[in-house]
Structure formats: structure tokens, C-alpha cells
Design a protein around this ligand. Structure first.
Ligand code: IPM
Ligand code: MG
Length: 356
């Protein structure tokens, strides 16, 4: 198959981890007879430097016209002082909404080889950690009106949080469908004891559950969910939640698996074209030192092959290779354990390719 992939290297460690991910794609192309072509897209701090904005329309158009987008990471201290509407993160939000990828899928799964890296007690880890957070990605407080103004002699800031029934229903549907393919348990997370948007969320999800009698639906308040994720993560199969709650809970969930550097993500809309990225950030402090962990990005490539290109065997081959490399004791600095062999970013990439 021929696929055109838009590649956003971004800032910080972005370019290094993307190099390894592309080398993996090239290996897959060679082994399985595919042709992947790459279109470079400039987004984030590097786009602010070059064009004065984090994602020019022409760059977004390249993404919209691609078969899928592979993204490293954007942002860094250098751009912390630019006005809010020009921050590198705004490029990411423009990409998500421009591509209409409303459903962000973030797995929290512990690799058995890294179980001891989890900050949770062994007795908790032993019960198993394997759940998915389905996060609504293009609505809610991220996309409401943002305003800072003077009022009665002091500054006042407003961030608007809107959810429409249709937005809730389409993401809830993804939650139910995802659960249906797994252990058939869906937990809808909100703050319905305080927020109107959450009360609407809960009622729409409840109504939709009639179409999914085979899926066991539960409801949980977000503060309780944050607690339950560290108390007993084995209780979760699929969590569906709104944009900001999903942002926060997915970072928490990644930590209990040992390293945020291992976690991939997919963002999809109503077509097969998606955005694939590791969930960690640009880590400017370790950029250019060849010590970043490329596995989250490489596993994001596996998700792209599986979900957007219908290449399940190829995706399995990548995931198996990662597992083999971990079995052999190779670790990047962030997941280093006693008795293991420490390798850099490019070496880790090479080891995974050798095992495909
Ligand atoms: C994420 C990130 C982004 C988000 C930032 C960089 C805008 O934290 O993908 O989780 O909040 O969505
Ligand atoms: Mg986040």
C-alpha cells in the first residue's frame, strides 16, 4: 500500500524521537512491501520562529491532505512568554480541531518487564493495569472563549466550557465501541455534582447506554477517579471523559505504568485519518543529548498502522519487537532498572528495528 504521512518533528526531543519512528516505518515498508512517503510539516515553537505563528494554514492543509499525521512534541521555555494565542500548544489545538479528530485514545498498560518501575505497591500492580482513556479532544474548556480583562480595578480571566449533546454522544459512542471490543466495562467520568456540562454529559451517556446493553456502564466523579486510578487501577477497562479531565487523568495513568515515555496515543475523527503522537512533551532539558525514549513514538506508529492503515500484522511486529528489546534488558534512562543495559535514543530505535 502507498501512504502519505505528514510528519511534525516539532521542538525539544521531537526531532530525535521522530527520526527513530521513521526508521521503523521504513523497515516496515521494506519488509511488508509498502511505500510510505513523508511530508514535513512545521508546527510549534519552530513554526513561531519561522512564520510568526504555531501552525500556518498551509502547514495544516498538508496534514488534512495526508493519510495520517505523525507528531513528535511541541513547546519549550523559549516560547513561554509569547502571547497565549501564539503559543506552540495553540498549534496542536489548531491541528486537532482542523483535522476534526475528536477522539483521543490513550492506553495505560503496564509492560511486565517494567512492572517494578511503577510507583505503586507490588500488590496493586499485580492485580493488573490495562485500561484505555478515551478523551474528548476538540471541545470543552480548551475551545471555549478565553479572555483576560480588567474588571472593578483588578484583572479577571474567563475560560468558557461548552459541551453540546452531539459532541458528547459521538465521544461516548467511541467509549462504548472501545469497551465492546475489550472487557465490556465503560466508566464515564465527570463532575456532575458541580458542573452543568457534566450533568448533560452524564445524561447523554446514560441515554446512549440503551444501545449497548452488553457494556456495563458506571459513572464516577473525576476527583474520585483520580483517587481510584492509584488505589486500584485494575477496576478500569475503558474510561470516557471530557477534554481537560482526560488530559489530567491520562498523565496520572501513564505514571502508574512506570514511564510516560512508553505511552502512545491516537486521535481520530469520523474518517480513518488520524494524528499519532506519544503523550509526553518536548522535554527541552534532555533535547539533543540522544537520551530520550523513542518507544512512545514508535508505538504510536504501530497504532497508526493498526487503526488508520488496517495493517494489524505490521503493528503486531512493532509491538513484539519492543517487547523483545525490553526482554533482552535494554532500557533508556527514564526506564533504567538495576542489571539492565542503558542505551540512548538512536540505539533503542536501532534495536527495535533489528527485532522487526
Ligand atoms: C496533551 C498535552 C496538550 C493538552 C497540551 C500540550 C496542549 O498536555 O496532549 O495531553 O493539554 O492536550
Ligand atoms: Mg497532557
Amino acid at each position: 500500500m502507498d501512504k502519505n504521512i505528514a510528519v511534525i518533528r516539532g521542538d525539544g526531543i521531537g526531532p530525535e524521537i521522530i527520526n527513530e519512528a521513521i526508521a521503523v516505518l521504513d523497515k516496515i515498508a521494506q519488509k511488508y512491501n509498502h511505500k510510505f512517503t513523508y511530508t514535513d510539516v512545521c508546527m510549534g515553537g519552530c513554526a513561531i520562529d519561522k512564520y510568526g505563528e504555531p501552525l500556518p494554514d498551509a502547514e495544516l492543509a498538508k496534514c488534512v491532505n495526508s493519510d495520517s499525521v505523525l507528531l513528535g512534541a511541541v513547546g519549550g521555555a523559549k516560547w513561554d512568554t509569547v502571547p497565549g494565542h501564539l503559543r506552540p500548544e495553540k498549534g496542536l489545538l489548531k491541528l486537532r480541531s482542523g483535522m476534526q479528530v475528536y477522539s483521543n485514545n490513550r492506553p495505560a498498560k503496564i509492560w511486565p518487564q517494567l512492572a517494578s518501575a511503577s510507583p505503586l505497591k507490588e500488590s496493586i500492580v499485580k492485580k493488573g493495569i490495562d485500561f484505555i482513556i478515551v478523551r474528548e479532544l476538540i471541545g470543552g474548556i480548551y475551545f471555549g472563549k478565553h479572555e483576560t480583562k480588567e474588571q472593578n480595578g483588578e484583572m479577571c480571566a474567563i475560560d468558557e466550557l461548552i459541551y453540546r449533546e452531539s459532541e458528547i454522544e459521538r465521544i461516548a459512542r467511541i467509549g462504548f465501541e472501545t469497551a465492546r471490543k475489550r472487557n465490556k466495562k465503560l466508566c464515564s467520568v465527570e463532575k456532575s455534582n458541580v458542573l452543568d456540562s457534566s450533568r448533560l454529559w452524564k445524561s447523554v451517556v446514560t441515554k446512549l447506554s440503551r444501545e449497548y446493553p452488553d457494556v456495563e456502564l458506571s459513572h464516577m466523579l473525576v476527583d474520585n477517579c483520580a483517587m481510584q486510578i492509584v488505589k486500584d487501577p485494575s477496576q478500569f477497562d475503558v474510561i470516557v471523559t471530557e477534554n481537560m479531565f482526560g488530559d489530567i487523568l491520562s498523565d496520572e495513568a501513564s505514571q502508574i505504568t512506570g514511564s510516560i515515555g512508553m505511552i502512545p496515543s491516537s486521535s481520530l475523527g469520523s474518517t480513518t485519518r488520524g494524528v499519532y503522537e506519544p503523550i509526553h512533551g518536548s522535554a527541552p532539558d534532555i533535547a539533543g543529548k540522544d537520551i530520550a525514549n523513542p518507544i512512545g513514538t514508535i508505538l504510536s506508529v504501530a497504532m497508526m498502522l493498526r487503526f488508520s492503515f488496517d495493517m494489524a500484522d505490521e503493528a503486531d511486529a512493532i509491538e513484539d519487537a519492543v517487547s523483545k528489546v525490553l526482554d533482552k534488558g535494554y532500557r533508556t534512562a527514564d526506564i533504567m532498572q538495576e542489571g539492565c543495559i542503558k542505551v540512548g535514543c538512536s540505539e533503542m530505535g536501532k534495536l527495535i528495528i533489528d527485532n522487526i
